[in-house]
Design a protein around this ligand. Structure first.
Ligand code: FNR
Length: 202
């Protein structure tokens, strides 16, 4: 009789593609941060599918509106995050902080306080700006919010795409080789770490 040792059989989560919900904190058509997400799609490791979710239709958070039921774009946002294995956020920096558009999305996705889609979702953060600090302060602020939402955020590599105007071409393609290598590494780390967390939670 043939027996199968299930202890070494690959688990379902280790064999199916890893779905990543990718969000840019900018609505600008030529956004460097959206362009960063497109680069991530090109550089994703085998077995990772990156789906970009656009925040353009997400209304401002209002507890009164929420009490009547989430508006459709909010339901779509929560579904996109909820169905994904992991989250990838490209944040711009506005006035040394997280842009309102992105913080607003985090606020919606942090609700309800128990059972929110952000809770426990493995997340990688990166960001691009034309300035020399490359969104360092915005990324730190986002990590602080993720303490409250209990969203585990990958620690490294930290990717601060500074002087972004020198790293993308006129079509918005990430051309800087070093940055491309860092993005590829970030995605590999996100994949390994997400699978590790999934195996632990099985
Ligand atoms: C900025 N910008 C900016 N950049 C930065 O490095 N630190 C900052 O604090 C700010 N502050 C800031 C405030 C506001 C209101 C705007 C509109 C812009 C510049 C910002 O990094 C630049 O516009 C980026 O191109 C925005 O990201 P996207 O849209 O290219 O993804």
């Amino acid at each position: 009789m043939m027996t199968v040792d299930t202890s070494i059989a690959p688990t379902e989560s280790a064999t199916r593609p890893l779905v990543v919900c990718a969000i840019a904190g900018s609505l600008r058509r030529a956004s460097y941060n959206r362009a960063l997400l497109r680069a991530a799609q090109e550089l994703a490791p085998d077995g990772m599918e990156i789906r970009i979710f656009d925040l353009i239709d997400v209304p401002l958070y209002n507890e009164d509106v929420e009490a009547q039921g989430d508006p459709e774009p909010v339901r779509a946002l929560k579904a996109a995050i909820g169905q994904a294995d992991a989250l990838l956020i490209a944040t711009p920096e506005y006035n040394h902080g997280v842009p309102g558009v992105l913080k607003n999305a985090v606020d919606w996705a942090s609700r309800p306080p128990r059972g929110a889609v952000l809770a426990g979702k493995p997340t990688a953060i990166f960001g691009a700006s034309p300035g020399v600090t490359g969104t360092a302060r915005a990324q730190t602020q986002l990590r602080a919010s993720f303490v409250f939402t209990q969203t585990p955020a990958l620690l490294s590599p930290e990717i601060l795409v500074y002087r972004a105007h020198e790293k993308f071409d006129a079509e918005g393609r990430l051309t800087d080789e070093k940055t491309r290598e860092f993005v590829a590494r970030l995605l590999r780390e996100l994949a390994d770490w997400t699978r590790l967390l999934q195996a632990r939670n099985q």
